[in-house]
Design a binder for this molecule. Structure first.
Ligand code: EPU
Length: 422
């Protein structure tokens, strides 16, 4: 199994180009099912999760190819097996976002019911509630969700909020299904994440009629058909935030290109409160820290709040703060697998339910640690950059799901990370 051997502490300097967003790419690839024909997507990162999703599209009958210049072509002219098999869905929960498009285009779909994962239970009841409101008949059969709409879907007024606020992929599913429903659909308490905005923009380019984009109230007027598109996905705000923390935790300066600060206001505000400078300079964003890491309190929330996908990375940073910080997880209350591993590196983190109290320490000390999920792995790599000694992060396949060649890109700006087989 592959691991990272990280020598620390290091000082970083140089430029990093941020890739296209994984979490925008996945639902946009699913959206191509609605149109048929060949869509060309630009900026889709080369990640394990994208590979798995491409396999899923191919298992439905479609064709996915990546050209040498990085374009992803997705041909969904033929989709003759609308079944999301267990073997693929169990590897990636985002597979569930084929439900809406397949239901809209084919009137029937079967998708393996996703299980829990390292960050919590992750139910999909709200997705199903929304699709039922559009007229789908949905039942569970041998671990598969079966959804049918033999007479087509019908527009409806749907409240899509849940116990933790809006749902990102739930909004994606219902919005995609509504694009081809008869009449208008209102989705209230829709997710406002930039990735949902990007999906809606792509759908409109395909011929959909979605308004209220970026707000919690979306209006989708159904159309009869959609067309294949050429579309470029937005930059990955979570990858950008991860590199920002890399600069911050090592007390260095990094220049980031292809980085949209307007999607990251809560993150930038938090970094500035920590004492990190984040400034736009032409096409780049310069991130640097010189003084101490100041303690802050963070509460993760749906967008535009602080993203749960950066909670682990900021915990690594705040474990070195000059004082006590409080981190409250309000999106995935169990998403703390990284905590015990950071404590193995001499952090002083204590958890009480969904609340973590971090008593800042002067230094982290290298250790052998275990990656448990994508963002937790990133946090351990960041801690390894600054810890004294040789940190081993095991099971880096979690990291490869969401970061493209992270170690090579960090090494280019001064890190000392080797990918090793253990
Ligand atoms: N929820 C329900 N019922 C549902 C759906 C969600 O109770 O039917 C709850 C969840 O359990 C959670 C909250 O609502 O407590 C929000 O979950 P959401 O549905 O928004 O998450 P998701 O759509 O499954 C996406 C990202 C995650 C990211 C979350 C939150 C993709 C492929 N995944 O998941 O990304 O953490 O939104 O922003 O877009 C990652 O990239 O590492 C990652 C986990």
């Amino acid at each position: 199994m592959e691991a990272f051997r990280i020598e620390g502490p290091v000082h970083l300097s140089g430029s990093v180009r941020i890739n296209g967003a994984k979490n925008a790419s996945l639902p946009i690839i699913a959206a191509t099912i609605l149109a048929g024909g060949k869509s060309i997507l630009k900026g889709v990162p080369n990640l394990i999760d994208i590979e798995v999703f491409s396999k899923l599209i191919e298992s439905l009958g479609g064709k996915v190819e990546r050209s040498a210049d990085g374009l992803l072509s997705v041909d969904t002219t033929v989709i003759d097996k609308p079944v999301g098999e267990y073997e693929i869905v169990r590897r990636m929960r985002a597979s569930v976002c084929i439900l809406g498009p397949l239901l809209a285009r084919y009137g029937s779909v079967k998708v393996s019911m996703p299980g829990g994962c390292a960050i919590g239970d992750r139910p999909i009841d709200i997705h199903l509630r929304g699709l039922r409101a559009l007229g789908a008949k949905i039942y569970l059969e041998n671990g598969y969700i079966v959804a049918e709409s033999p007479n087509g879907l019908k527009g409806a007024e749907i409240f899509l909020g849940g116990p933790f606020g809006s749902t990102v992929l739930g909004t994606a599913n219902v919005m995609m299904a509504a694009t081809m429903a008869k009449g208008a659909t209102i989705i209230e308490s829709a997710a406002c994440e930039p990735e949902i905005v990007d999906l809606a923009m792509c759908l409109n380019k395909m011929g959909a009629k979605i308004s209220g984009i970026g707000s919690p109230r979306l209006k989708v007027e159904g159309v009869q058909e959609l067309e294949a598109v050429e579309y470029e996905v937005i930059p990955d705000r979570i990858e950008a935030g991860t590199f920002m923390v890399a600069a911050a935790v090592t007390g260095s300066e990094l220049r980031l290109s292809n980085c949209r600060l307007e999607d990251m206001m809560a993150v930038v505000d938090t970094l500035r409160n920590i004492g990190v400078s984040v400034e736009s300079a032409g096409q780049e964003v310069i991130v640097s820290r010189r003084g101490a890491i100041k303690p802050v309190d963070i509460t993760t929330l749906p967008y535009p709040g602080f993203p749960t996908d950066l909670q682990a990375q900021f915990m690594a940073l705040l474990s070195l703060a000059d004082g006590n910080s409080i981190i409250i997880e309000k999106v995935f209350p169990d998403r703390f697998m990284h905590l015990a591993e950071l404590n193995r590196m001499a952090a002083n983190l204590r958890k009480e339910g969904p609340v973590v109290i971090s008593a800042g320490v002067d230094k982290l000390i290298a250790a052998q640690v275990m990656a448990s999920d994508l963002r937790a792995s990133a946090a351990l790599v960041l801690a390894g950059l600054v810890a004294e000694g040789t940190t081993i992060v095991n099971r880096v396949y979690h990291l490869d799901r969401g970061y493209e060649r992270l170690e090579e890109r960090l090494n280019k700006v001064g890190a000392k990370i080797a990918r090793v087989d253990i």
